[in-house]
Structures are given as structure tokens and as C-alpha cells.
Design a protein around this ligand. Structure first.
Ligand code: ACO
Length: 320
């Protein structure tokens, strides 16, 4: 069966680390509250680097890992909900930085499901066109969207980027995917409007806002639905999956899903303890990290599952 395979993995997180206890200086919180409810212990925050800078470093690592060069790449897709410009896209800016002369390049917005959506889109485009290879990136500077007086959101998120180089294959490859959206406004960050101050004297309209309890409930259903659906579609059993890589939002969500679907929690790769929720970057960071630390090896089968604002959810099974 035709499919796509990953031939390069990369990730990058900014240097500055904010530990849970560091928040005690600005809000009423504790390491105990944050880690017991989410599993998060610390996160990385970008001080000077833009989302494009993070995306570039992850994409460059993936390209070097693939031993290909920019001229081998036909398509670049970046998933982000925190771009540093409305236009041009991050993907467009990556072309010259990575020495890609001509390629289709665009960004997509599907929040924490963004990377899985982007991979699914790349697979569809590569399947129908005379194009062979794509770089797919998830990159975020969520620290720029946070309200640091809102303790229920600001402790959850972090900055970073992950990327893969994927290649069309007709040997022993496969790719199954589902992507879904349901309109519900329980998690959002409005775009900054330059005329807000002039028209409404409003400057605080753009912070990320979330009804945590409702999102939690949605996440349980969405992750279960996404895993169940993609397994049924593929005809594979959960025992055929070598590694599950979920969106890194909350350890308790993953534990509950495992219980609900009777899955082995030890097969789920989690690094949210160190990076928090990096939205569209969380899955590719975990994928690259798992590959580079030998948790995931060439030829193995991985199931990716994302969920987030939109509301969106998506899953993919592929052989790496
Ligand atoms: N420190 C201390 N106390 C806090 C904090 C904090 N950082 N944040 C909230 N609290 C307080 C609340 O004010 C509340 O106090 P009260 O009872 O006096 O009013 C109490 O803790 C309980 O708050 P809840 O919101 O009920 O806490 P809950 O147990 O639901 O946990 C959490 C909150 C962790 C956010 C949880 O709801 C959750 O994980 N939701 C899902 C979030 C998620 O997965 N998002 C992913 C998608 S993100 C994306 O797409 C961009």
C-alpha cells in the first residue's frame, strides 16, 4: 500500500525554563497544584526568538537528519496558532532559510491538533501530485498569548517547535488518518486588531481563554474517538502500535483514555512534565525526541493523536 514515511526528525525548545514554583512570584499557585492536576513541572519560554526562529531550528534539524537538502523538498506546511506575522506565512519564510528554491508552502491553524492535520494534508497532497517530499512543522510561542494574571491558563503552556521530513513511499508504507472539527467556543485566542485601542479602548482582548473543565471533558471523548476510529480504519489492533504519541496537555487525560479504551499507558510517550502544553508543537517535539532517544525506531508503527481548540481532533497511524 502507498503511504508516507518519516525520513527526518527535528525539534527545538528555547533555553529559558520556568519551573512551577517560579509562578509563585506572580500568582497564587503551587508546584503541588500544577503537577498533581496536569503532570507539568516546567516549561520553556522564548525571550527573543520568534515562532519562525523555533520552526526554523526544528525544520533544519529534521532536514539534516534526513540527509537531504532544501532542493529535495516540494512542500512545506507549518501548523501554528501563534505565528509572528499574519503574512507571509512561517512556511513561506522557511523556504529561503532552508535553501528550498521552489515549493508549495503555507500555514494551517488547527490549534493542538494542527500538526496531525498538517501531516494528513501533506499525505493527501503528496498522494495526488507529482511531489515527493514535504517538511511538516508544528511551532508555537504560546507565552505571547497568555494572561499571566490568569492562573488557570498561564501555568499550562510553553513554547517550542517540532518538524519531520516525510517522503512518499510505495514500499511497505501506510498512512491512516482522521481529522474532525466541531464548533464550540470554550477555548480561544482572538487575533490582535490594531484598531481595538482606537475603537474600544480595548487592549486585553487577545489572551488565550479556556473553560478548563469543559475542555477536559471534550478531550476525553475526542482522544478516545480519534484512537478508536483510526485503529478501526487501519484494521490494526492496539497491540500492533509500537508507540502512541498524544498531544501533551494533561497526564490525567491520557490515563483516563487508557482506562476507557483498555490501552497500555506505558506505550504512551509523555514529555509534558518538561515542556508543558506546546499546542501544535507538542506531538512533533515528542515524536522527534522519542526517535532521537531510541524509544521509537525505524520500521516501527506510531499512532499520533491531537485535540484542541476549534474544537479539533485528529489521529494518524504511520510507519516511521
Ligand atoms: N494554582 C492553584 N489553583 C488554581 C490554579 C492554579 N494554577 N488554577 C486554578 N486554580 C483553582 C481554581 O481557581 C479553583 O479554585 P476555586 O475552587 O476556589 O474556585 C480550583 O483551583 C479548581 O479549579 P478547576 O478549574 O476546577 O481545576 P481542575 O481540576 O478542573 O483543573 C485544569 C484545571 C488543569 C485546567 C483542567 O481542567 C484541564 O486540564 N483541562 C483541560 C485543559 C486542556 O487539556 N487543554 C488542552 C487543549 S489546549 C489548546 O488547544 C490550545
Amino acid at each position: 500500500m502507498n503511504g508516507i514515511k518519516v525520513v527526518g526528525f527535528g525539534h527545538y525548545v528555547p533555553e529559558t525554563t520556568i519551573k512551577n514554583d517560579d509562578f509563585k512570584e506572580i500568582i497564587d499557585t503551587s508546584d503541588e497544584w500544577i503537577s498533581s492536576r496536569t503532570g507539568i513541572k516546567e516549561r520553556r519560554i522564548s525571550i527573543t526568538e520568534t515562532t519562525t526562529d523555533l520552526a526554523y531550528k526544528a525544520a533544519l534539524m529534521a532536514l539534516l537528519d534526513s540527509k537531504l537538502t532544501g532542493s529535495d523538498i516540494d512542500l512545506v506546511i507549518t501548523a501554528t496558532m501563534s505565528p509572528d506575522s499574519y503574512t507571509p506565512s512561517i512556511s513561506s519564510k522557511l523556504l529561503s532559510k532552508l535553501g528550498i528554491e521552489k515549493a508549495m508552502a503555507f500555514d494551517i491553524s488547527a490549534a493542538c491538533s494542527g500538526f496531525v492535520y498538517a501531516l494528513n494534508i501533506a499525505s493527501a497532497i503528496l498522494g495526488q501530485n507529482n511531489l515527493k517530499r514535504a517538511i511538516v512543522v508544528g511551532a508555537e510561542c504560546l507565552s505571547e498569548l497568555l494572561d499571566y494574571t490568569d492562573r488557570s491558563t498561564c501555568v499550562l503552556f510553553g513554547d517550542g517547535a517540532g518538524a519531520v521530513v516525510v517522503e512518499k513511499t510505495n514500499e511497505n508504507g501506510y498512512f491512516y488518518s482522521m481529522s474532525k472539527t466541531d464548533t464550540e467556543n470554550i477555548l480561544y485566542a482572538n487575533a490582535i486588531r490594531a484598531n481595538d485601542m482606537l475603537l474600544n479602548n480595548e487592549t486585553d482582548n487577545y489572551h488565550l481563554k479556556m473553560d478548563g473543565k469543559k475542555v477536559y471533558k471534550f478531550a476525553l471523548d475526542a482522544v478516545s474517538d480519534a484512537i478508536d476510529n483510526v485503529l478501526k480504519m487501519s484494521g490494526l489492533k492496539d497491540s500492533d502500535i509500537d508507540l502512541f504519541i498524544p498531544h501533551q496537555a494533561n497526564e490525567r487525560i491520557i490515563m483516563s483514555v487508557c482506562k476507557h479504551l483498555n490501552l497500555d499507558f506505558n506505550k504512551f510517550y509523555l514529555n509534558l512534565e518538561r515542556y508543558g502544553n506546546t499546542s501544535s508543537a507538542s506531538i512533533p517535539i515528542a515524536l522527534s525526541e522519542a526517535y532521537h532517544n531510541n524509544t521509537l525506531r525505524k520500521g516501527q508503527t506510531v499512532l499520533l493523536v491531537g485535540f484542541g481548540a476549534g474544537l479539533t481532533w485528529a489521529s494518524t497511524i504511520l510507519k516511521v
